[in-house]
Design a protein around this ligand. Structure first.
Ligand SMILES: [Cu+2]
Length: 317
């Protein structure tokens, strides 16, 4: 009788919900749409992301804009804060509906070649939204394969100004055009932790009302998570991301600073991210990830991120 009970417990722990109930059952927090939910289940999440940029690169090396180019102005630093509100709902055991709303707050310090005080620029407001489906192709105690398909909606402004001058491409709050995205997410679960990967593509469908179209984005991530305790996992993630050139141009931007030129906004980067996933006794999840760059290759002069920090709370019910 006792053995049946133990066997029963073991089988229960091997059921479909097993992977998702462990701390590494969710991918590192920088990854979205890595899991689905059972029919009728909801999940709410709030993510707070901060990206800090302090250097300018051309190709793969740092550049001094005023020494090496003719630009009259150049960004010195930029901070982007993004608050992301996510809702997931299990429409069936295979399909989960996902909705994501964003609030963006950007600050940029700009230097003038002629000297004098830096110019402070800012932009904030609703960013682009996303709505999509997550399809669980298969999930068992040892692995999970999930596909995402969705739309990016142009709810973020592309016409933010400062005293009548159009702010640069990185300071606009959205893409201005609708986009489609798709990703494939695979994870393998072991006793000690898990290994996962994601490949993702996002592409915009048309020119926006300022007559340009953001370039397509491609990213590839690999991660390993290690179970430090029943409720705590630590992760390391390698990410490579490439962005295509902007097509067209916002003619209100001019050409005083590198952030105003459409052909200086693309390139690729490789990041390493260290993170933790923690499940509280209440079932709430807390997650953290810190990312720092390993390599860049950008069309510059272009500002590059030197850190990306994400903090998140998630709750399923
Ligand atoms: Cu979820």
């Amino acid at each position: 009788m006792k053995y049946f009970f133990i066997l029963g417990l073991a089988l229960l722990s091997l059921s479909n919900s097993y992977a998702i109930s462990r701390p590494d059952g969710h991918a590192p927090i920088g990854i979205m749409g890595d899991h689905g939910h059972s029919k009728g289940d909801w999940m709410l999440s709030v993510r707070q992301m901060q990206m800090q940029m302090e250097k300018l690169f051309d190709d793969s090396s740092e550049i001094d804009v005023f020494d090496e180019t003719n630009f009259m102005m150049s960004p010195k630093s930029m901070t982007m804060n993004m608050t992301m509100l996510g809702v997931m709902y299990g429409v069936s055991d295979q399909w989960t509906l996902m909705l994501m709303l964003n609030y963006v707050d950007n600050k940029m310090d700009v230097e003038r070649k002629s000297g004098g005080e830096d110019i402070e620029m800012s932009s904030f407001g609703i960013g682009d939204s996303a709505i999509g489906g997550i399809y669980t192709l298969f999930e068992n105690e040892s692995s999970r394969l999930v596909m995402n398909l969705g739309f990016s909606l142009p709810t973020g402004s592309v016409s933010r100004d400062r005293s009548g001058s159009r702010l640069g491409y990185p300071m606009q709050l959205g893409a201005g055009s609708s986009g489609v995205y798709s990703s494939l997410n695979y994870a393998v679960f072991k006793n000690w932790g898990s290994l996962g990967s994601e490949v993702k593509l996002k592409t915009y469908l048309s020119e926006n009302n300022q007559e340009y179209q953001r370039g397509s984005e491609y990213s590839l991530s690999f991660w390993g998570s290690y179970l430090l305790a029943d409720q705590l996992a630590a992760s390391i993630r390698l990410e490579h991301k490439a962005v295509d050139p902007i097509m067209g141009e916002d003619e209100k931007m001019g050409s005083m600073s590198p952030v105003l030129l459409p052909n200086l906004q693309h390139g690729q980067r490789t990041f390493v991210h260290l993170g933790t996933n923690y499940i509280m006794n209440s079932g709430d999840r807390l997650a953290f990830e810190y990312g720092t760059p390993l390599a860049f290759q950008v069309s510059g002069p272009q500002m590059i991120p030197n850190s990306i920090v994400t903090l998140a709370w998630q709750k399923a019910f």
